[in-house]
Design a protein around this ligand. Structure first.
Ligand code: EPZ
Length: 421
């Protein structure tokens, strides 16, 4: 196990390229199962989550290799419709393989993903959407045994714009006959990226990014070449880090239109933000001000994944900033850790109010989950003294070497194996 050590109090300066989006790469890697051929996936971030997805691709019979430019997935051969629980346990979002396996093989077996650190993460909306498409699904003993001799086109009205359920329904509907319409679909930008990949593989998808997605089923799909979109949550993380530590940072290879609510809150806090083509520049000089209440919502609202990083930036702002987490029921687990640095945060249910303090002090903390871990590092950057953050495996799921990215901006962030002096 390893920890990241942060020596706070140093402003950040410089430029950083934003990694490819984890939450686009994962559904696109599962979509590659649908394509009978070789898909070339560029800008795929090197994360433990994408490595887990590659292990699943190999397990079901795909050949996968990579070079410095891209990841290659050959799904020409026979595909096995089963994911063993040891691989499902590695990454709960592997449920996104259900739709493609059903569509390609007519069956799929996997263990039901459990909950995780941020919530119960049910998959009822996934299963009801697939049943609407004609799948028979047995849920027994924590396993999913799915069969669909032929998926039929239909209309799927999602009661909630679930990202994963939208993706699973969309992927399952790509192979088949007729038109499937998904209403109240998730509108996150990652859906647009998935649509682009699928259409370059010969699918006929339209409307992704809006609340209504239409899919014309096809007999088969071929390999595609695709570049993964930039990671909007990684960008929000680096911007929050500069806001907290101070400094002047430029992010490139980023689509700022994908995270306008985050830019709005940072501007309210007193940061200077300039946006250009695939570029954002942030300057944070002097003490921040509190922002107006931040309420997480499905896209295009404030993204839940950016709630912990923005909370970290608000800890020493002048005034109080309220956060309301409406998406996940247990996404405040970074708060007790932040209090160890002297943060003043009061919670009631899904609302947390940050009372800005003049200064934070370095502390020993442990990352509770992916984005909560990022919040601890961001707060440590702006604190006085040294902090140690353990549980780095959470961070490695979503950031490619977070300590190196921050060190590129002048941060004193070092990873050490636990037990090293
Ligand atoms: C995706 O998760 C992302 N993960 C999450 O990012 C992100 O926070 C989330 O979308 C919301 O934007 C990936 O894309 C791999 P949902 P997903 O289905 O698809 C409830 C990160 O840090 N729900 O939109 O699981 C669910 O409990 C991760 O990168 C049901 O009730 O999100 C939650 O309260 C964290 N039944 C809400 O909907 C279902 O069948 C949103 O979930 C499905 C979801």
């Amino acid at each position: 196990m390893s920890s990241i050590y942060v020596t706070g109090g140093k402003p950040l300066f410089g430029a950083l390229r934003v990694q490819g989006a984890k939450n686009s790469a994962l559904p696109i890697l599962s979509a590659a199962v649908l394509a009978e051929g070789v898909s070339v996936i560029r800008n795929c971030p090197k994360l433990t989550d994408t490595e887990a997805a590659v292990r699943i691709l190999r397990e079901v019979g795909c050949r996968v290799w990579q070079d410095e430019d891209a990841l290659y997935v050959d799904s020409s051969g026979p595909i096995r419709p089963e994911i063993p629980s040891r691989l499902m346990r590695e990454m709960r979002s592997s449920v996104i393989f259900l739709g493609p396996l059903l569509a390609r093989c007519g069956e799929a077996r996997m263990s039901a993903p459990g909950g995780c650190e941020i919530g119960a993460r049910p998959i009822d909306l996934h299963l009801s959407a697939l049943r609407s498409l004609g799948a028979e699904i047995d849920e027994r003993g924590g396993n999913l045994d799915c069969r669909a001799a032929r998926l039929r086109s239909c209309r799927i009205d999602l009661p909630f714009p679930s990202v994963g359920a939208t993706e699973n329904a969309l992927l399952a509907a790509c192979l088949g006959d007729g038109e499937t319409v998904i209403t109240n679909a998730a509108r996150e930008p990652e859906l647009r990226d998935l649509e682009a990949f699928l259409n370059s593989a010969g699918a006929s998808v339209s409307g992704a990014g809006s609340a209504v997605i239409r899919v014309q089923g096809k007999a088969d799909l071929h390999g595609a070449v695709h570049r993964i979109m930039p990671d909007r949550i990684a960008a929000a993380t680096w911007l929050a880090a500069c806001a907290a530590a101070g400094g002047d940072v430029r992010l490139y290879d980023t689509e700022w239109r994908d995270y306008r609510p985050v830019l709005r809150s940072l501007r309210e806090m007193g940061c200077e933000l300039h946006t250009g083509e695939n570029l954002v520049r942030i300057r944070s000089l002097g003490r921040l001000k509190a922002a107006s209440p931040i309420v997480t919502r499905p896209y295009p609202g404030f993204p839940t994944d950016a709630q912990p990083p923005l909370m970290a930036a608000a800890l020493t702002a002048e005034g109080t900033t309220a956060f309301q987490e409406t998406i996940f029921e247990s996404r405040f687990r970074h708060i007790p850790e932040l209090r160890r640095m002297g943060a003043d945060i009061r919670t009631e249910g899904r609302t947390a109010v940050v009372w800005g303090v003049p200064k934070l002090y370095g502390a020993e903390m442990c990352a509770p989950d992916l984005r909560g871990g990022a919040a601890l590092i961001i707060a440590a950057l702006g604190a006085e003294g040294e902090s140690r953050i353990c549980g780095v495996h959470h961070l490695d799921r979503g950031y490619a070497a977070i300590e190196k990215s921050l060190a590129e901006l002048g941060a004193e962030t070092v990873r050490k194996e636990d037990g090293d002096g």
